[in-house]
Design a protein around this ligand. Structure first.
Ligand code: AMP
Length: 282
């Protein structure tokens, strides 16, 4: 496995491994969710006659953090990350530093995906999706992937990237991978390790409440009533703030008036000072 830290090193290594590039962008603190993306990429690489390479990037992108403290406390563990990448079968790990991605002369050119970036996470994390779209586009240009892998845990992020790729004719095939959960249902996230021990047992209630909400909507409950009920229950469960519980069309992310194919419940709520997001199908 090659570990590279600059754009030049990356292209030098990529020349040595011809064939399709399977790209998994991450912010590190890798866990079973990331491992499933890498394993899917490895499986697709191995199924291809031309082989090719699996490239993982690790970069904690400060421009997508609207909260400075969140950026500073974001977990980082390069040694463990490299071990996980190696075990999962990655060929190249790209770990740029801030100067590589945003050198002094960087003027702040941004990719903005309007509409779909505005609601839900976009409302509570101003600028977040501009940061995400921009860094993903930069990483695409640096690594020239044929395939790129994203987790459905970040449903809105998937839709933003999908729109960016379609609108700007980016020649990459996107692969969306299902959310990996702990046994108790909590969606695995790098931020979970920041949960205080006494709050951790309550965290799976986010998944439980939005699953109940989806179920109620399927059975005919008005989506707005089901959302309110879920938010109330989350407060009662010990969540300190519930940013949103939203029953939406899975593509446009517009609120739905009743169950329909492809619909999702999206939610974000905080417990023990940690903001969690999750989503489920209706
Ligand atoms: P992050 O390091 O949080 O930026 O995540 C990198 C990629 O891993 C994103 O595409 C995430 O959606 C995906 N991911 C994170 N957690 C999970 C999970 N529990 N299941 C599936 N994919 C995940």
């Amino acid at each position: 496995m090659h570990v590279v830290r600059t754009a030049t090193e990356l292209s030098q290594v990529q020349v040595m491994i011809p064939g399709p590039v399977h790209f998994v962008p991450t912010m590190g603190a890798l866990h079973a969710g990331h491992a499933s993306l890498i394993s899917t990429a490895v499986k697709n690489r191995d199924a291809d006659r031309d082989q090719g390479s699996v490239l993982v990037s690790i970069f904690v992108n400060k421009t997508q953090f609207n909260d400075k403290k969140d950026f500073e406390t974001y977990p980082r563990n390069e040694a463990a990350d490299l071990k996980l990448c190696e075990m999962a079968g990655a060929d190249i790990v790209f770990i740029p530093d801030d100067d590589q991605m945003y050198p002094d002369e960087y003027l702040g050119t941004e990719v903005c995906v309007p509409g779909i970036s505005k609601e839900w996470e976009g409302r509570f994390r101003p600028g977040h999706f501009n940061g995400v779209a921009t860094v993903v586009m930069k990483l695409f240009h640096l690594s020239l992937p044929d395939y790129a892998y994203f987790g459905e845990k970040d449903w809105q992020q998937c839709r933003v990237i999908e729109r960016m790729v379609a609108d700007l004719n980016v020649p990459v095939y996107l692969v969306f991978c299902p959310t990996v959960r702990e046994q108790d249902g909590l969606a695995i996230s790098s931020r979970n390790q920041l949960l205080p021990a006494d709050e951790r047992p309550k965290a799976p209630m986010l998944f439980a409440r939005i699953s109940q909400c989806a179920d109620d909507i399927r059975k005919g409950t008005d989506p707005r009533a089901a959302e309110l009920e879920a938010a109330d229950r989350l407060h009662a469960d010990g969540f300190t703030s519930v940013d949103y519980v939203a029953a939406v069309d899975g593509s446009s992310l517009a609120p739905i008036e009743g169950a329909k194919p492809g619909a999702r419940v999206l939610a974000a709520a905080s417990i023990g000072g940690v903001r969690l997001i999750d989503n489920v199908p209706i």
